[in-house]
Ligand binder design. Structure first.
Ligand code: SAJ
Length: 414
């Protein structure tokens, strides 16, 4: 089939590569100039797509990266894989709407449009369909097909890939769903049929909402465990021995990335704005997660205070800035929030982050040897490249926000 993939990011590019591999002709629409240049030069910017995969796709002659909207014609299936970020804590569907307006002119009769971006229930039916019908003058489900199939890409996950992760598919009509299923059956191994668009949209948002709420739960547990003088990480390790009915989450310095902090807000904001109802657990979880960086800073302040040190005269080394271990992504990273709060308090802060693009004075990509020269080391993102025993042996004091450091008198855990 001729496939148009709108957006060649960490979701769209793996999908495009899988479609080329399955024998389809793929147009990879990427409005970003620099990204377009890199795609054309087989220089991948997506960690799960190596350059050689991109080169092979280009060499088949069936992969065309493009910024030119004119090329978006005659496709059988268009997949929208664009960001749905929060802007001022409000869902931003502008990228989805722009992608729809871009592909609509080239939509041919009987073609299928699928939305993959994470969004609140009702987006496909109430936002996407009107745009496509408005531009074409056609009727969705009659003159063209429309569906929703949430992305489940987990960057860096070697076990669960685009091809082997079960894929939920939904359609405006059963015929639409069949068309969506026909495409995904050619590029993934397991399809899961949803009965409605809204079911699939809500399922995706809830997949990440349950993480957000559970992470907030262990974060609040951690604060009370500290009050009780109990090590929360040991408590959770004990709970984890229960082979059923317990899902392990551990406290950290906060919740980062572009899924977990954002997706639940799509749901809570939509319910509040459209129906005047409040998803109270999500809103409370958001508050707890958002306050975790400041809680970490307060704990560090208390510890230094007990050593008779004012934080404003301290040298602090922050280990890790990415939002989770072994990724380079620093978007919405609580580790960055902690670092900024410490700087605001007047501390002299150096960061260690292997994935730093640019090194400024006092920042490192590897753990420096002069650890003992810092009043405190705060472990925020334990990348595998960090030698935790080496750090424990040389640091004067460590605040471990992940519960992974060895036991020692000079090491405090959240
Ligand atoms: N976090 C904790 N404690 C936990 C788990 C996570 O503090 O017990 C923090 C992480 O440090 C990070 C944030 O929460 O800052 C999000 O972590 P995450 O493990 O959920 O990683 P993400 O954001 O990459 O989530 C993605 C999601 N994948 C998709 O939406 C397709 C999520 O559904 C996956 O479960 C997750 O990857 C995964 O399992 O890797």
């Amino acid at each position: 089939m001729r496939i148009a993939v709108m957006g060649q990011g960490y979701v769209g590019l793996p999908l495009a590569m899988a479609a080329v591999d399955a024998g389809h002709h793929v147009i990879g629409f990427e409005p970003g100039h620099q990204r377009f240049e890199r795609l054309s030069a087989a220089s991948s910017y997506v960690e799960d797509v190596p350059d050689k995969t991109l080169r092979a796709a280009l060499d088949t002659g069936r992969y065309l990266p493009t910024r030119d909207e004119e090329t978006l014609t005659g496709f059988d299936v268009a997949v929208i894989t664009v960001p749905t970020p929060l802007k001022d804590r409000q869902p931003d569907l502008s990228y989805v709407c722009a992608a729809a307006r871009t592909l609509a002119p080239g939509l041919k009769g009987g073609a299928t449009v699928v939305l993959e971006s994470t969004t609140h229930p009702g987006t496909t039916r109430d936002v996407l369909v009107p745009i496509l019908e408005g531009v074409t003058g056609w009727k969705a489900g009659v003159d063209f097909h429309i569906g929703f199939s949430p992305e489940r890409i987990d960057p860096g996950n070697q076990q669960w890939t685009f091809e082997n992760t079960p894929k939920i598919v939904a359609g405006l009509t059963l015929d639409c769903r069949d068309r969506v299923a026909e495409f995904y059956a050619s590029v993934t191994q397991h399809l899961v049929l949803a009965e409605s668009l809204e079911e699939a949209e809500l399922a995706k948002v809830f997949e990440n909402t349950q993480r957000q709420v559970n992470i907030a739960l262990v974060s609040e547990l951690q604060r009370h465990a500290h009050t009780l003088g109990v090590d929360v990480y040991r408590v959770i390790d004990l709970c984890t021995t229960k082979p059923f009915g317990f899902t392990r989450y551990v406290p950290g310095p906060g919740v980062g990335g572009h899924c977990i902090p954002c997706d639940p807000v799509y749901l809570s904001e939509h319910l509040h704005r459209e129906y005047g109802t409040r998803f109270r657990l999500v809103e409370l979880a958001q508050e707890i997660n958002d306050s975790q960086p400041a809680y970490v800073v307060r704990r560090l302040q208390d510890s230094l205070n007990r050593q008779g040190k004012a934080i404003s005269s301290c040298r602090i080394l922050a280990l890790g800035q990415a939002y989770k271990p072994n990724t380079a992504d620093m978007r919405e990273s609580p580790a960055v929030d902690v670092t900024e709060l410490l700087v605001d308090l007047g501390a002299h802060v150096s960061v260690v982050e292997p994935h730093l693009q640019y090194l400024t004075a006092g920042d490192y990509r590897e753990v420096p040897d002069d650890l003992s020269s810092y009043d405190a080391v705060v472990l925020l993102t334990p990348h595998d490249t960090f030698d935790l025993q080496h750090i424990a042996d040389r640091a004067r004091f460590v605040l471990d926000t992940r519960g992974v450091m060895p036991d020692a008198a000079h090491i405090e855990r959240l």
